[in-house]
Ligand binder design. Structure first.
Ligand code: ATP
Ligand code: MG
Length: 449
């Protein structure tokens, strides 16, 4: 459960929010003040479950980071020293929720009755044998587990049970980096081990308005030069890209990917010209406007950004990138069609000077609604916007008064003619030429004559 603000406003974190003094190392008060009552109850249940199972359980990662930042985060990451899966099952039982897993890494996901998602993982140590390939893991201590993490700000943790409960664990300088707004890897091989961290670094940077630490930036640039991104599986690459496109600042992330030379390692022809950047920015703006006025047509974020990213390129480049990202053939086809439909609709709506409402509707019907922001971004003119406004508020809801059954009663035989006549009637109604049921009937009878 992430809490979204408007697309391009990263949470600019005030350093003063972060720990100031050593006495702040005790997080009991902070949890009481900042964590929702439901989640506090959950922490308590997890602690008691851990006691009963005789394991030590830690809150780790994003949850602790967000707690220190004062950003609300309702998802919990727990690491267990000891039997992780058994603990997860007992926690699910204690909260009346469900438990899924374990995965190949022994992780499980508990979803509580009130919808909280808790990732439960056994503390582990990782060894990376080859660049960009998932590691081999073995059981480890919490210290091992925190050392395998991506950035110092994500290594923060605290125990939920035991004598040190609620005391901040900060072995890798995470709270200092949080206070400074710095993203820093833990060791020089980090991006080589796992190039998805390059994407995670950019996503965090844009989300919190942080900066990459100088040395981390240099390591990232070296990782780009070594083309390690090309070694990543399509599924992992896509997961990262999709998280960006669905996050709070997709355009800023794409711009940064381009600036750092990463976009072109996803596909050699991919890049952000000033035009394409302006287009993406308009897509984001239109989505914000639509969220306020017509949230029902907003649809998913990633398809429209992905389509916009390929505007002006040969569609075969989009197809090739789709294959690289292991998108399903049908998804690739939908993207290609969505992009082409938006470009075509823009052309039609802009170039024809006086369009009847029925003609506008016929054009817009060819466009999946979630691609509307792309159309509006492609066609910044007032005329097209007015058409789309009308379409959204009125035209798309209009139906003929007559139904197929009525047409049969009027003597139209069962078959495709029914559909054609209904379309004809609808067009007349949209254009103000058949304003009553009687007028619709007259129209049908005239067509049959
Ligand atoms: P978000 O708010 O986006 O969920 P998060 O930091 O919680 O941020 P998750 O993807 O939920 O991100 O991961 C949880 C934790 O697991 C991270 O905080 C980090 O410590 C660790 N982690 C996730 N992905 C990686 C990775 N690729 N390499 C190393 N550690 C990772
Ligand atoms: Mg998380």
């Amino acid at each position: 459960m992430n809490h979204h603000t408007s697309p391009e406003t990263a949470v600019k974190t005030q350093p003063s929010e972060v720990l100031k003094t050593d006495s702040d190392q005790d997080l009991t008060e902070r949890c009481r003040a900042r964590v929702s009552p439901a989640l506090q109850a959950l922490l308590h249940t997890a602690a008691r479950t851990a006691d009963r199972q005789q394991v030590r359980v830690y809150a780790v990662g994003g949850f602790v980071r967000d707690l220190l930042l004062g950003v609300r985060d309702e998802d919990l990451d727990l690491t267990v020293e000891g039997e992780g899966v058994a603990f997860a099952r007992h926690l699910a039982a204690a909260t009346g929720g469900t438990c899924k897993g374990p995965s190949a890494f022994g992780t499980a996901v508990v979803v509580t009755q009130d919808g909280h998602k808790i990732d439960v993982a056994p503390a582990r140590r990782e060894t990376y044998k080859q660049p960009a390939v998932l590691p081999t893991v073995e059981p480890g201590t919490i210290r091992d587990d925190l050392f395998r993490r991506d950035f110092s700000i994500n290594t923060l943790a605290f125990a939920l049970n035991g004598p040190e409960a609620f005391i901040l664990i900060d072995w890798y300088g995470g709270s200092a980096d949080l206070a400074e707004g710095v993203i820093r890897v833990l060791h020089n091989r980090s991006f080589r081990d796992d190039p998805t961290r390059m994407f995670r670094a950019i996503r965090l940077e844009q989300r919190f308005g942080f900066i990459l630490h100088r040395h981390t930036l240099r390591l990232l640039q070296r990782a780009v030069d070594k083309r390690w991104i090309e070694l990543l599986s399509g599924a992992r690459l896509w997961r990262e890209l999709r998280l960006m496109l669905e996050g709070e600042s997709p355009v800023a992330c794409l711009r940064r990917l381009d600036e750092l030379g990463i976009l072109s390692h996803i596909d050699a022809d991919l890049g952000l010209s000033p035009d394409r950047l302006a287009l993406l920015t308009r897509v984001a703006e239109v989505r914000v406007e639509l969220a306020e006025t017509h949230a029902d047509v907003l649809g998913r974020a990633w398809p429209v950004y992905l389509a916009a990213l390929f505007h002006g390129l040969d569609v075969n480049i989009l197809r090739r990138a789709g294959v690289r990202l292991t998108l399903a053939p049908r998804t690739i086809q939908e993207l290609v069609e969505g992009l082409t439909a938006a470009e075509g609709a823009c052309q039609r709506l802009r170039t024809a000077d006086k369009l009847r409402p029925s003609e506008v509707v016929a054009v817009l019907r060819t466009l999946p609604l979630e691609m509307l922001p792309l159309l509006l971004a492609l066609c910044p003119g007032g005329e097209v916007h007015r058409h789309v406004q009308h379409y959204l508020t009125t035209w798309r809801h209009i139906r003929p008064d007559l139904t197929g059954a009525d047409l049969k009663r009027l003597g139209v035989p069962q078959g495709p003619q029914i559909g054609r006549l209904l379309a004809h009637v609808l067009a007349a109604k949209l254009d103000g030429e058949a304003m009553t049921r009687e007028a619709e009937e007259a129209l049908v009878l005239r067509a049959l004559a």
